[in-house]
Design a binder for this molecule. Sequence first.
Ligand code: ZN
Length: 176
Amino acid sequence: MTKRSLLLIAWLCLACADVTHVLLTHAHRDHVGGLGFLPNAKVLGLAEEQPNLDEHANGRRIDQAIVDGEVLTFGEHEVRVFSMPGHTPGSAAFLVGGALVLGDNALLTGDGTLAPVPERNSEDPAGVVTSLVRLEDRLVSDDLEVRWIVPAHSGGVEGRKALTDYAEHQRAARLR
Ligand SMILES: [Zn+2]
């Protein structure tokens, strides 16, 4: 290992120790496997996600259960919590500074179209659709500005339009 690599690891370890909070969009292994590197972080998540945390992040507990509609405050920043059951029972989305953090609730395709994650990856695929449509309803009814949509496994897109288009398509399909 080079001296530069050792320095980088040392820096990362110091930075990891400074992380005070982790907000869980959900607890699949690829989202919580690194929690062991954050020994001082308080884990915030929906209580329904604890079984997945048990399975994928040995020994970690949700330190602070959060609920749908809650607004968390971190210094000057507010984080609004949305329950999104479907991909997992305790999936969540967060709106912070205009960024809608979607986790694995949806992906953006190459042309900027929003789509649910592949059905095989979700515990309740129909629930994913319902949660995405409900999310769009709430963003509109609560007059919340979305400047960026940020899924976990694809690039982001500016504005709320991709989610609105998806929700309108789903509503039209239900009427057919
Ligand atoms: Zn996932």
